[in-house]
Design a protein around this ligand. Structure first.
Ligand SMILES: C[S@@+](CC[C@H](N)C(=O)[O-])C[C@H]1O[C@@H](n2cnc3c(N)ncnc32)[C@H](O)[C@@H]1O
Length: 203
């Protein structure tokens, strides 16, 4: 694929997001996973880690409907104008456990989403290490706030250490599926990992 072709695809996803009033094109990644793996059901409680600018939150809020709930946590507030009534946002540094207690008020959750990403430095090893640190933090939150049987979808920048982490995570779930969505740039280090069915919640 040429750079021009890739740019055309990127523009397509960005324009489609703007048209449908999502603040980021990342929504199409979640939509692809949901269409394939049926992640959401009406009435579910969703924890969205690293939720800003808010595309995944809006998608999940629609999918779980008015009887469900999405708790979004991020360092930054969502950009989405007028959050739906079933969305709660809290400003939290997920590397610290400080927001855990207020989050417990809204849980436990049937699905944990983590699209957490560090500010990239352009140095591959550093970015991979930062991504892994965020994934490990997301796993702490997932352990503390999941129901038994919950799913955990996370983004990770691929690395040998990341693979070790995913291997150990796999022991806690019925099934682990690695995903590279169409809307993800080919050159990007990111992959998504869907962990299905938490076996035993030690939290
Ligand atoms: C790729 S964006 C998420 C996009 C989001 N899923 C959406 O669809 O709009 C990654 C997010 O991770 C957040 N983040 C990174 N480090 C964080 C931390 N330590 N605590 C909370 N949020 C963090 C960033 O602020 C950023 O909003």
């Amino acid at each position: 694929m040429t750079i021009k072709d890739r740019k055309r695809i990127d523009d397509f996803y960005s324009q489609k997001a703007r048209k449908e009033k999502y603040p980021a094109r990342s929504v199409w990644k979640l939509e692809e996973f949901d269409e394939k793996y049926r992640l959401f059901k009406p009435g579910m409680r969703v924890l969205d880690l690293g939720c800003a600018p808010g595309s995944w939150t809006l998608y999940a809020a629609k999918a779980v409907g008015p009887g469900g709930l999405v708790l979004g946590l991020d360092l930054n507030p969502p950009q989405a104008a007028g959050l739906p009534k079933n969305v709660i946002f809290k400003k939290v540094d997920l590397l610290l456990a400080e927001g855990l207690e207020p989050a417990q008020e809204y849980g436990p959750f049937q699905i944990i989403l983590s699209d957490l990403a560090p500010k990239t430095s352009g140095r591959k090893e550093i970015d991979q290490a930062k991504s892994l640190e965020l994934c490990a933090a997301a796993w702490q939150w997932a352990q503390a706030l999941s129901v038994k049987g919950a799913d955990f979808l996370l983004k990770i920048f691929q690395s040998p250490e990341g693979d070790e982490f995913l291997k150990s995570l796999n022991l806690f779930y019925e099934k682990q599926i690695r995903l590279k969505p169409k809307a993800s740039r080919k050159a990007s280090q990111e992959i998504f990992v869907l962990n299905r069915g938490l076996l035993n919640n030690p939290g």
